[in-house]
Design a protein. Structure first.
Length: 387
């Protein structure tokens, strides 16, 4: 298709060509028109020529005009079709490439809040579904002696032994670990899923004598988390037998493949006031229950440097040591209080009168005794790092 300026020039050329053709074709037309008259009588020849001349000239001009009109009409129609094709595209193409106008700040905030509400609703629905799953009673000798801290959540304290007791289930982490235990909706980076609000566990640890320290600090220099040292024992059923192990046995170093050698500390996370309501919020309630990498929001954390970046994480689940996925597990948080260090570290909770039997109970005691020296070294390293 020609552009409009080219089309005009083309039409002008066609007009001139047709006119020239018409003018130059007159003698030829006369000759052709006169040829049939040569067979007439000589007396009528001038008359025939005059008739031929009068007939031929109008015929050539008429043909020229007809050809010109036909060409002009054709080009005009083509031009209309070309314009009809271009006009919609002229409207669409700029719009097709045009970026949508950005939302205003108010619209962006509203959309963000709506998305957060949708995600929160999904999480709440998932948590409600998990609550419906009955994980059974905690695996202790006398569960009736435990004091329940929440009517719906599986969390108790043992006043006599000064333990906090939780019930959760085994999960299979798909990534290097961030947690030993957290909510179900974050358990893809954990060994266990425990649907208990960390703030309630914090209160339980206070009730049995543990003292919170402070979470990890990164600025102006690294300072490891502090607080009462917490030994963690896990118990689960294997057939009719109750098995027991230190929680460290379920975690190993990604590079060295060695079992975790440190206990946790009661870092205590932190409370902050909501700017709008003034209500205090416990930051670990987002899921930082028992961590294996250093987080400023952790309730329980390791007193060693453990990086948060995915490519730098230190620990992974020791899959060979774990019970099958979704196995109910009782978790005992045992503060190492003055006068109780030896009892806890020697595997007190694995004694037969607690119900833990078999080879696993012996293994539970041995690593705990070995861990005493390692934990002492870890504490010394933590103090050195904090100086």
């Amino acid at each position: 298709m020609l552009p409009k300026s080219g089309k005009v020039r083309f039409l002008a050329g066609v007009v001139l060509s047709v006119v020239a053709l018409a003018l130059s074709g007159c003698p030829s037309g006369e000759k052709k028109a006169a040829e049939p008259a040569t067979h007439a009588k000589a007396a009528s020849k001038p008359k025939a020529k005059a008739a031929a001349k009068s007939d031929a000239k109008p015929s050539a001009k008429s043909a020229a005009k007809s050809d010109l009109d036909s060409i002009i009409d054709k080009e005009l129609n083509v031009g209309k079709e070309m314009d009809a094709d271009k006009e919609p595209n002229a409207d669409k193409e700029p719009n097709a490439d045009k970026e949508p106008e950005p939302d205003s700040l108010e619209d962006a905030i509203a959309k963000g809040k709506a998305q957060v509400d949708v995600e929160r609703k999904k999480e709440e629905e998932q948590e409600e579904q998990e609550k419906l799953r009955d994980l059974g009673k905690p695996l202790v000798k006398q569960p009736e002696d435990l004091v329940r801290l929440h009517p719906d959540q599986p969390v108790w304290i043992d006043r006599a032994k000064r333990h906090v007791v939780l019930v959760g289930e085994v999960c299979r982490a798909g990534y290097p670990l961030e947690f030993f235990a957290t909510y179900s909706n974050r358990s893809y980076e954990a060994v266990m899923a425990i649907n208990v609000t960390p703030e309630i566990v914090h209160a339980g640890l206070l009730a049995v004598g543990a003292v919170p320290g402070h979470p990890v600090q990164f600025q102006p220099e690294f300072v490891p988390p502090t607080g009462t040292e917490i030994a963690i024992e896990v118990r689960w059923k294997e057939g009719d037998r109750v098995r027991s192990s230190p929680a460290q046995q379920w975690i190993r170093n990604i590079q060295t493949k060695k079992t975790l050698e440190s206990n946790w500390v009661f870092a205590g996370s932190m409370f902050v006031a909501d700017e709008e309501t003034g209500k205090r919020q416990y930051l670990a309630n987002s899921g930082e229950l028992i961590c294996v990498l250093n987080l400023p929001t952790a309730m329980l954390d390791l007193p060693i440097r453990s990086y948060a970046a995915l490519e730098s994480r230190l620990f992974e689940a020791h899959a060979e040591k774990l019970p099958p996925e979704r196995t109910p597990v009782t978790v005992l948080l045992k503060p190492i209080l003055p006068g109780k260090e030896d009892a806890v570290r020697s595997g007190e909770a694995a004694k037969p009168d607690e119900g833990a039997t078999g080879e696993e109970s012996d293994k539970a005691a041995a690593p705990s005794r070995e861990a005493e020296t390692d934990n002492g070294n870890a504490r010394q390293e933590g103090k050195a790092a904090g100086q």
